[in-house]
Design a binder for this molecule. Structure first.
Ligand SMILES: Cc1cc2nc3c(=O)[nH]c(=O)nc-3n(C[C@H](O)[C@H](O)[C@H](O)COP(=O)(O)OP(=O)(O)OC[C@H]3O[C@@H](n4cnc5c(N)ncnc54)[C@H](O)[C@@H]3O)c2cc1C
Length: 569
């Protein structure tokens, strides 16, 4: 069971000896949203828990999400009421436990004709959705209230989506999902919550193999990806939450055995520099060729820019070989242009690309396009594979990771012979999330912003750190220069860089730029901001000049800036 709590700051240091010197109840492999949620759930249930990630936390699929926390309306198309309820419940949970990071998102979709996309069908669907999620606002902060769905006129659609008026539009349907302000910080918050509950977590630690006694797993073999050393982590149960790498993790144990992920698809989104739709996100239909069925493109206002996607195609080979081609980028650009011609989206508008891999059910015979898996799987390998002490979890949505973690732990506790426990994870705020009235908290924060902080910078801190904005102010009290933004182009403060290293296990410059702060997660930072960030981190970590330059190169070559690099050529 869980060790006695140690200072959280110490536990958020990357101390690999803490992984090697004992047997854990559970070791979770993979630090995306699923691994982080499972580790948190296990630790909150009182299990001694380890979490390892081969790269940085939230550096793969979970960082490429379109940031939508689905309320489940879309599942009515398949009349999947259970999934709708599940999504709506998880939306409410995330709005409640991470009120600084998750906010309601008004969405709009034009109606056309009189069949499934018509006003009548939409109205019935939305009414049913409101009824089925009638408890969505129970005891919620007023900022988190999800209003009822409604229909709007054709003129109103044109007003909310400027310049959009293709033939055949009869009006629009309006509903609310939620969005994540910073998906990487939400995963970091999950990891920190796990660590606060007693878990030991480490990034840049890769599973390379398993140790077995008879048919039972006793430990995993891992490699420190920074220093190269190998060691073992002993555990009664290994939970493989390696997302697109789930098959590869299992292949180190059972080469050639049936794999839980039957295929993968590349999903690609863009962050566009312009704010195309300041208030509403919109689902707009696009058709590549006459006679082809329409695809739904989503455009969403996000941090003053626009998130847009999604393009899918089958992915062959290992998950590590994920590569976005120029053709992928051109196809997504063209799909978005067809969906919203008035926006005149061009290559130069792309601030960042967000590619990720998703499990597929099968590939369509007519056009070779992937059909995405729509259900998570929790596999106990003691069944068909006759391997004790190993489970694999494959999720399909960022939104529902916590719920899948609860289900995983229900099974894990039984396997380990512990009584079932309610972890309370649905009501326990994530670090920074103990806020009951977000608007009041934000107004107060802005009004009381200490000099030299502007209210815009204070707002940025509140959205990213919630109540922990105070920790950054404390860092600034000791060194006032750290309360200055890194450059005129950004609101990110020097104090955030120091906080990321001291309290959030950032060990590379990319961790800070792409995942702990807003500096580079929505587009390439300006050279002065990046240089300033690297100097503060170098001082904090004791890097020499050569190391600082190598870290800068790594950030500049990040895949997320692939399209932007071409724009700058
Ligand atoms: C383009 C796109 C858009 C999406 N949009 C949305 C959306 O709007 N809303 C939504 O709810 N969902 C969305 N999703 C789905 C959602 O992002 C995924 O379901 C979710 O992020 C999967 O999380 P994960 O933890 O399973 O995988 P990952 O985030 O990929 O995490 C798996 C981790 O395991 C690590 N790992 C692999 N092998 C090893 C090893 N040997 N040792 C240690 N660690 C290892 C990897 O480095 C990785 O970090 C989207 C997905 C994509 C691709």
């Amino acid at each position: 069971m869980a060790p006695s709590p140690v200072n959280i700051m110490d536990r958020m240091k990357r101390t690999l000896s803490l992984l090697a010197d004992r047997e854990f109840d559970v070791v979770v492999v993979g630090g995306g949203i699923y691994g982080a949620a499972i580790a948190r759930e296990a630790a909150l249930c009182g299990l001694s828990t380890a979490l390892i990630e081969k790269n940085d936390f939230c550096s793969a699929t979970s960082a490429s999400s379109l940031k939508i926390i689905h309320g489940g309306l879309r599942y009515l198309q398949q009349m999947d009421i259970a999934r709708l309820r599940n999504s709506a419940t998880e939306r409410r949970t995330l709005l409640r436990i991470a009120p600084h990071l998750v906010h309601p998102l008004p969405c709009l979709m034009p109606t056309q004709g009189h069949l499934m996309k018509g006003r009548e069908a939409m109205f019935c669907g939305m009414l049913l959705n409101d009824i089925l999620s009638a408890d969505r606002n129970r005891r919620m902060d007023p900022e988190k209230v999800i209003p009822r769905c409604h229909l709007i006129s054709r003129d109103e659609v044109c007003r909310r989506v400027p310049g959009f008026l293709p033939d055949g539009i009869t009006g629009g349907a309006v509903w609310h999902d939620a969005y994540v302000y910073n998906s990487e910080r939400l995963v970091t918050a999950m990891v920190r919550s796990a660590v606060e509950a007693g878990a030991t977590a480490a990034n840049y630690v890769k599973l390379t193999g398993f140790h077995k006694r008879d048919s039972r797993i006793t430990a995993i073999r891992v490699r420190d990806e920074l220093a190269g050393a190998e060691f073992d982590i002993a555990a009664k149960l290994v939970i493989n939450a390696a997302g697109p790498w789930a098959n590869e993790v299992l292949a180190t144990l059972m080469p050639g055995s049936p794999a839980p992920v039957s295929g993968l698809a590349l999903g690609l989104n863009f962050i566009l520099k312009r704010s195309l739709l300041p208030h509403y996100s919109a689902g707009l239909r696009s058709r590549r060729n006459a006679g082809e069925s329409q695809r739904l493109m989503f455009m969403m206002p996000w941090r003053g820019q626009t998130l847009a996607g999604t393009y899918y195609r089958p992915h062959q080979g290992s998950a590590d070989s994920l590569k976005v081609t120029e053709q992928d980028i051109e196809i997504l650009l063209s799909d978005l242009t067809h969906a919203y011609p008035a926006a005149e989206i061009k290559h130069e508008d792309i601030a960042a690309i967000l590619p990720g891999l998703l499990p597929v059910k099968h590939t369509r015979l007519i056009n070779g396009e992937p059909v995405l898996a729509n259900h998570f799987s929790i596999i106990d390998h003691s069944g068909k594979d006759a391997v004790e002490g190993l489970m694999t979890v494959v999720g399909v949505k960022y939104t529902t990771a916590r719920d899948v973690a609860v289900r995983t732990l229900r099974h894990a506790l039984t396997k380990l012979g512990y009584p079932r426990t309610d972890s309370g994870s649905h009501q326990r705020p994530l670090p920074g999330g103990a806020i009951t009235d977000f608007n009041a908290f934000l107004s107060e924060g802005k009004a009381l912003a200490p000099a030299p902080l502007s209210s815009a910078v204070m707002e940025h801190l509140v959205f990213n750190y919630g109540t922990e904005a105070h920790d950054l102010l404390s860092i600034g009290k000791a060194v006032p220069s750290l309360l200055t933004p890194l450059a005129p182009s950004t609101s990110v403060l020097g104090a955030e860089v120091v906080h990321a290293v001291r309290a959030e296990m950032a060990v590379t410059l990319s961790d800070v730029v792409l995942r702990r702060t807003d500096l580079g997660s929505a587009g390439r930072p300006t050279p002065d901001a990046l240089a300033s960030c690297s100097r503060i981190m170098a001082a904090e970590c004791g890097w020499d000049e050569a190391r600082r330059r190598a870290e800068l190169d790594q950030v500049n070559n990040a895949q997320i800036y692939q399209a932007d690099s071409k724009n700058n050529q």
